[in-house]
Design a protein around this ligand. Sequence first.
Ligand SMILES: Nc1nc2c(c(=O)[nH]1)N[C@H]1C(S)=C(S)[C@@H](COP(=O)(O)OP(=O)(O)OC[C@H]3O[C@@H](n4cnc5c(=O)[nH]c(N)nc54)[C@H](O)[C@@H]3O)O[C@H]1N2
Ligand SMILES: Nc1nc2c(c(=O)[nH]1)N[C@H]1C(S)=C(S)[C@@H](COP(=O)(O)OP(=O)(O)OC[C@H]3O[C@@H](n4cnc5c(=O)[nH]c(N)nc54)[C@H](O)[C@@H]3O)O[C@H]1N2
Ligand SMILES: [Mo]
Length: 682
Amino acid sequence: MNSDIPVSCNRDCGGGCPLIAHVDNGKISEITDNPLRHPSLSGCIRGFRAMDTTYAEDRIRTPLLRKGERGSGTFTPVSWKTALDIAADHLEKARNTGGPESVLSLSGSGSCRGAVHNTTVLGNRLFTLYGATVTHGSYSCQALGFTTPYMYGTRTTGFDPETLEQSRLILLWGADIASLRFGTGFEYYIKRARKRGVPVIVIDPRKTRTARTLGTEWIPINPGSDRTFMAAILYTLVREDLADQDYLLRFTSGFEELKQYILGRADGIPKTPAWASPFCGIDEETITGLARRYGTTKPAALLPGFSIQRTLNGEDTSRYAVALQAATGNIGIPGGSSGGQFWLGLPVPSFPKIPVPQRTSGTSIPVYLWAEEVLKKKIKVIYNIGTNMVNQGSNIARNIQAFNQADFVCTHDFFLTPSARYSDLVLPVTTFLERNDVVFPSENYLYYSSKTVEPLYEARNDYDILKDLAELLGLGEQFTEGRSSDEWIDHLSKQSAVEDMEEFMRTGIFDGGNHTRVAFDAYITDPGANPLATPSGRIELTSAAFTEAGFNTVPEASANAPPEQYPLRLVTPHCRYRVNSQNSNLPWFKRMWNDVLEISYEDAGALNIEDGQTVLVESPDGKMRVPVSMTRDIFPGTVSFHQGSWFNTVDNIPSVNAVTSTVPSMPSHGSRTHTVFVRIEV
Ligand SMILES: Nc1nc2c(c(=O)[nH]1)N[C@H]1C(S)=C(S)[C@@H](COP(=O)(O)OP(=O)(O)OC[C@H]3O[C@@H](n4cnc5c(=O)[nH]c(N)nc54)[C@H](O)[C@@H]3O)O[C@H]1N2
Ligand SMILES: Nc1nc2c(c(=O)[nH]1)N[C@H]1C(S)=C(S)[C@@H](COP(=O)(O)OP(=O)(O)OC[C@H]3O[C@@H](n4cnc5c(=O)[nH]c(N)nc54)[C@H](O)[C@@H]3O)O[C@H]1N2
Ligand SMILES: [Mo]
C-alpha cells in the first residue's frame, strides 16, 4: 500500500517546512515538498533526509541502564518498567533529601516546534508540577531576547518575508540565511530581490553560502566588532545629515544621548570610521560608502543573525542594530525591518501549546549556567529531554564534571549521543515521523505533521514516557488531565484558529492569510493611538530602564580585541547539514561534511601550517586537536570550527565546545560562543 502523508520537520532550524512523506508498504521511501505549499516554502536536505534518523542503524532500541564508567558507552538493556521505576526512585530520593532544587530539568532544541511533542514544554510541564530547578533563557538569542523589551516593549519584532519584495537594500548582518533558514521563506525572497538588482550585502567573517548564493557583496569583519562598525555608520549618517531627524524625533527616545556619545562629546572619542577601522578590520572608505548608500536607499532591511549577539556584549550590538534602522527610518515600513529578531518574530495562527503550569516551588536558572549550577553541588538528579547539552553547552570539561557529579542522570534521545553516554539511564523516543503534531513555522501558517509509521523498536513518545513517570510520582492525572497526546491535539484544536481540523490534517497546511505583516506598522502609522509598551511609548535607544537593568546607559561601541597570548578569533557557526548536533552520526551527513578548522592562507602561512595538518587549538578554557583547511573564504585573524560535531575521546574527535567559556555576556546571561580567543600550536 502506498500513501502520501503530510509532515513537517519539528526541529530547531529556522524552518519547520511543509513536506510529504511517501510511505510504501509501511516504510517511508522518500520525503518531498508539499505540493500545496506556497512556492517560497520549500524544504531542505535536513527535512528530505529525516527518515534516515528514524531508520538509523545506531538508533537506541530499548531503555538502557549504564553498566560501565560514565562516558564509556557500556549499557545494559532494561524493560520500560524497570527503567521508569529506577528514574522515579532517584527523583524521589533526591527530592526527599535535597528538596525540589536538587532536581534539574534540562531540555533543549530536540523537538521544539510542536504543540504537544515539544521537548522543552513537556519537561517543564512535568517538572513544574513536581517541583524542580528549571532553566530560563536560551542558548540561541538570550542577549537579543533580553534587550528587545527595553527597546520595543515586546519581542514581536519581525516581518513576513514577502515584504522584502519592497526592499531596495538588504543587509544580512551575520545572517547565513542560505545555510540556516531563519524561516523557510527568507531565502526565496532574498533571491528574488537579488534578481531585481537589489544590493544584498553580507557582513560576516566567513564568505558563507549566503555570501556566495544570495549576496551581491561580502564585507568581511572581525567577529564581535559589529557594534563598532554600526557606530561608525551612525557617525557618518549624523555627520553627513543622512539620519532621518523627523523619524527619530517622532518615534524614538534617547537618540540625543546616543548621538552625543557617537560624536565623542561624552567620552572625547568620536566614533569615526577611522576610529572603528582597526577594531572591525573594515577600511574607512567601505564604512563611509555603506553608510551613504544605507542613508539614501529606502526601504532598507537589516537582518541580524543571532551570531552577532552570541558575543560578549551582544546586548549592545543588538541595540546598535535597532538604532541604525531607526536612524534610517526603516522600522515599521514594508521593505524595512526592526533590526531585531525576525526569525519567529511574528505570531502564527493561534493554536495553544500543551500548557506549563505556574511554578510554585524550585528555582529557575539561566540556561547558559546549568553546569556551573550543578557544580555548586545542590543538584543531584539531571533529567535531560531532547538535548545534547554535554556536547552543546559551552566548556565540555565543565559539562562532563557536572554530569559526573550528579547522582543520577536520565536522558531521552534516539541515539547514544555524548550526553547520553554520560547518563545513567537512556530512554528511546519516537522521531517526529512516528507521531502526530501541529507544528509552528516562522511564517503565518500552521502545519500538521501526521504519524507516518508505527514507532520502531521499543521507542515511545516523550509524552507517554513522562505520563508513566508522572503516575509513579503521584502526578498522573495532573500531567495528562485525562488525555492522550492525540487527545491533547484534539482538545487544543478547539481553542485554535483552525476551523476545519480534518481539512488541515489532510492538506498539512493552514494558511493564516496575511503574509505582508510588518511589526510596528500600526505604531508608525499612528503613534498616538498605538504607543509601544515602553516607558516613553516610543522605541527606546537609551533610557533609565537600561541603566537600572545593568546595561551600559549608552551602548558601548568599542569591541574586545584578542589578548596577546590568544591572538586568533574563533567563530563556531551552525552547520547547514546538521541541526545543532543532530545528524552528526548519520552516514548521509558524513558523506556531505567534514569537520575542519578553517583558516586563511595568511594565518596558516604565518604559522607554517600545511593544508590538512592536525593542529592544537588552545583557548583559556580548553584545547582540541583538529585538522585545518586553508581557505580564501575567511577573514585573516579569524578561524572557524562548526558547532555540533559529537566529541569522542576514543577517536579524538572534538566538539568545538572543548574551547568555549561558560562566562556569559551580561546583563542577559547570554551565550558568547562567537567570542573565543585562541592560539594554534603545531
Ligand atoms: N542548517 C541549520 N540551520 C539552523 C541551525 C543548525 O544547526 N543548522 N541552528 C538553528 C539555531 S538553534 C539557531 S540559534 C540559529 C543560529 O543562527 P546564527 O547564530 O545566526 O548562526 P551562526 O552559524 O552561529 O552564525 C551565522 C553567521 O554569522 C557569522 N558570525 C559569527 N560571529 C560573527 C560576528 O561577530 N559578526 C558577524 N557579522 N558575523 C558573525 C558566522 O560566520 C556565520 O556565518 O540557526 C538555526 N538554523
Ligand atoms: N560552540 C557553540 N555551541 C553552541 C552553539 C554555537 O553556536 N556554538 N549554539 C547553541 C545553540 S543556539 C543551541 S540552540 C544549542 C542546541 O543544543 P541542544 O539543545 O543540545 O540541541 P541538539 O544538538 O539539536 O540536540 C538535541 C537532541 O535531542 C534529540 N531529539 C530530537 N528530537 C527529539 C525528540 O522529539 N525527543 C527527544 N527526547 N529527543 C529528541 C536529538 O537526537 C539530539 O541529540 O547549542 C548551543 N551550542
Ligand atoms: Mo539555537
